[in-house]
Unconditional design. Structure first.
Length: 293
């Protein structure tokens, strides 16, 4: 029994794309026995060379170990790959990017086939996997018992953050954070566009932009506090009325610089709409309510 407790968990991994390959290398480097399958068999060669075992089919790979990790292209790929596999008694950890609804449906699909299920949302790019201190981590949701059982093994490639029993919560957290990232990228793109035709070195401007975004980031805590309390006037520094009054300056500057305002105008429109429906003394938090259907 003591010997078994000391042995590292054996892992089956389905999918050896850029992310899957990075996961495989991390587990092999840490000394885990690894069985892999990939739709294109040639991709398994490097894993085998490093000590892994390649299965001829997904069903064979699933049969090799209790812990089965899936990292494929999309949710449909998961269903196709596991169509002929016997999932009875298996612990399925799905790291394939999906929507919350897909994750919940996949959890039920796994349960009906006799498997326990944990969903994951990877907050990292392949070069961050298996690198201590890289900042990469994975959201997990679904069976809390399953997460605790494999916490150490799952933490080998990247940090772990468990967000609840609802199987859809990992995907929801993943998409929510990435949505904020794209919003930030949109703002940065507009900022760079404004200075593009001027004698301003973008590499000199970039540190100013980065520092400003970092300085503004803590505002999300006030937004969260206002949402929880329901008081959107709490702690307001620059109210909605003042900010709406300032929007023409941004639009005029964009026109003068020959820059399309299309990345800003949707948000400004929501701000104006909220001003007509709410209170000018509010923060920008009320815009969130307008986005809910």
């Amino acid at each position: 029994m003591e010997k078994e407790a000391l042995e590292k968990t054996s892992v089956t991994l389905l999918g050896l794309g850029a992310m899957g390959g990075a996961l495989a290398r991390a587990w092999l480097t840490a000394g885990h026995r690894l069985t892999v399958w990939n739709r294109t068999p040639a991709r398994t060669a490097s894993v085998v060379a490093e000590g892994g075992r390649a299965a001829d089919s997904a069903a064979e790979a699933v049969a090799a170990n209790t812990l089965v990790v899936v990292c494929l292209l999309d949710d449909a790929s998961v269903g196709e790959a596991l169509a002929d596999a016997d999932l009875t008694g298996r612990d399925l950890v799905n790291l394939t990017t999906s929507t919350p609804a897909q994750a919940r449906a996949r959890a039920e699909w796994a349960r009906e086939r006799g498997a326990r299920y944990l969903d994951g949302g990877i907050m990292a790019v392949p070069p961050m996997i298996g690198v201590p201190g890289s900042g990469g981590y994975v959201f997990y949701s679904g069976s809390g018992e399953l997460f605790e059982r494999y916490r150490e093994t799952l933490a080998v490639p990247a940090g772990t953050t468990y967000v609840g029993e609802d199987p859809g919560f990992a995907a929801l957290h993943d998409v929510a954070l990435l949505s904020a990232m794209y919003g930030m990228f949109a703002g940065a793109a507009h900022a760079f566009a404004l200075i593009r035709k001027e004698d301003i070195d973008p590499t000199a401007f970039a540190p100013l932009l980065a520092d400003w975004l970092v300085a503004m980031a803590p505002a999300v805590h006030q937004t969260a506090d206002q949402l929880r309390s329901g008081d959107y006037t709490k702690g307001v520094v620059s109210n909605l009325a003042m900010q709406v009054a300032g929007t023409p300056t941004f639009l005029d500057t964009a026109e003068q610089q020959g820059v399309s305002p299309e990345l800003l105008t949707p948000y400004f429109a929501l701000m104006r709409r909220r001003l007509t429906e709410g209170s000018g003394d509010e923060d920008l938090t009320g815009v969130i309510d307008l986005l809910r259907r």
